[in-house]
Design a protein around this ligand. Structure first.
Ligand code: HGY
Ligand code: MN
Ligand code: MN
Length: 407
């Protein structure tokens, strides 16, 4: 099956006809369909399929027990109304790159695998990269069991309902110890490659990033009869905090986003009793991120006091800065830039987006390839990459894998 055919087969799964975006959330029917697709692709290529204790899917060529394996892959889940490329491009390209290697007659000197990490986006349970975090020991079973979706369903119950054992989840050092290199191909979530005029780039680093929950508690009351001076309206403090987030981020050259909100009782004619807003913030370095989030929290407390509002701020997740393995990064750049007389032509870029490769970088050597995104738009139905660039990405991934696995 060609790249194009694989892409077409995956395209309808979990797509909302209303928005045109994807709703492939962890442990839902759409997720199960994606997983079935992955398994079918693996089996069609004679790969041995296994699901690890954390629900990540692996497709093996060769015996993993030999060690020093070369692994590639990404994720198939999405954010709410996400695009088609974030995640799936890496998985489809991995199968296509394997096909290209076989067509080249490549001889695999090491075990090789393609992986689909579970719940990368954290769209349902609020924490990103759950599958890789569990494997790397960066999230405990107890913490994972406590994660709850918007309907009050725990991650443990959701896993169980999908046919997986939530009591089996936990660190997987032995599995990770067998991997010599993990390479994740991903659509770029920015315009650096578009601006440099390149189809493919290599990742240097991931900005430190995290998610914080701000609970503003006031007093529910009648929207028509409560005098303005008598109100304790948490929406006001929340709104002022959103503006403060923008200001603080601008000052530090960082980003800060309130992209999700829950309001109680959520009635048009009721002053809210609770406004819960989730902040996502990222910066080039830890110090800037601390400054931004500290500044936002300080402003939020002032606004809350002004309106008689109680405020709780909880850090729900945090991922420190990731510097991808320098030797592997340089090897990728060397492989991809090898046939020119003009020096290194492959751009090496940092990103503000999180990835499983970033989580795993604390345990094993990891690297990433980015494919040009002409608009830079991501986490939106408008996310796009041209087919020519996707195919250039497949060739680049095949070149890299050939360099790593065939020697
Ligand atoms: O949110 C992120 O950066 C990632 O795409 N999970
Ligand atoms: Mn994403
Ligand atoms: Mn992704």
């Amino acid at each position: 099956m060609t790249f194009h055919e694989m892409w077409a087969e995956l395209l309808p799964i979990g797509r909302s006809s209303a928005s045109g975006g994807y709703r492939r959330f962890a442990w839902t029917a759409a997720d199960a369909e994606c997983r079935a697709w992955f398994e079918a692709q693996a089996r069609a290529r004679g790969l041995a399929c296994e699901v690890d204790r954390n629900g990540n899917q692996w497709a093996w060529l060769g015996d993993p027990a030999e060690g020093d394996a070369v692994v590639t892959g990404s994720h198939l889940d999405s954010v709410p109304d996400g695009g088609a490329f974030d995640g799936p491009l890496g998985v489809v390209s991995s199968f296509a790159a394997l096909d290209e290697l076989r067509a080249r007659g490549a001889e695999f000197a090491k075990p090789f695998a393609i992986v689909n990490f579970g719940d990368e986006e954290g769209a349902r349970f609020g924490l990103a990269c759950v599958g890789s975090r569990l494997a790397a020991g960066q999230l405990t079973r107890e913490q994972a069991h406590r994660l709850t979706d918007g309907d009050g369903v725990t991650l443990a119950r959701a896993m169980e309902a999908a046919g997986y054992d939530p009591d089996a989840i936990g660190p997987d050092p032995e599995r990770l110890g067998r991997i010599g290199a993990f390479v994740e191909l991903h659509v770029e979530q920015g315009r650096a490659l578009d601006l440099s005029g390149d189809s493919v780039g290599v990742a240097s680093a991931i900005w430190p990033h995290g998610r914080w929950r701000f609970d503003f508690r006031g007093e529910a009351n009648h929207a028509g009869t409560t005098r303005l001076v008598d109100r304790r309206d948490p929406m006001l403090s929340y709104a002022e905090t959103v503006l403060a987030a923008r200001r603080e981020a601008e000052l530090a050259g960082a980003v800060a986003t309130f992209g999700k909100i829950a309001v109680e009782p959520n009635g048009v004619n009721a002053i809210p009793s609770l406004v819960r807003g989730w902040l996502d913030s990222r910066a080039a370095d830890q110090e800037s991120l601390d400054t931004v989030v500290g500044g936002i929290e300080k402003a939020a407390r002032e606004y809350a006091d002004k309106h008689g509002i109680a405020l709780d701020v909880v850090r729900e997740s945090f991922t420190p800065v990731v510097e991808f393995d320098h030797a592997l990064r340089d090897e990728l750049a060397r492989i991809l830039g090898r046939d020119e007389d003009r020096g290194l032509t492959v751009p090496v870029l940092g990103t503000g987006a999180g990835h499983d490769a970033g989580i795993l970088s604390g345990s094993i050597p990891t690297a990433m390839l980015f494919v040009r995104n002409p608009t830079g738009v991501s986490h939106s139905p408008a996310e796009y990459a041209a087919e020519d660039d996707c195919l250039a990405g497949v060739t680049a991934l095949a070149d890299v894998l050939e360099g790593l696995v065939c020697r």
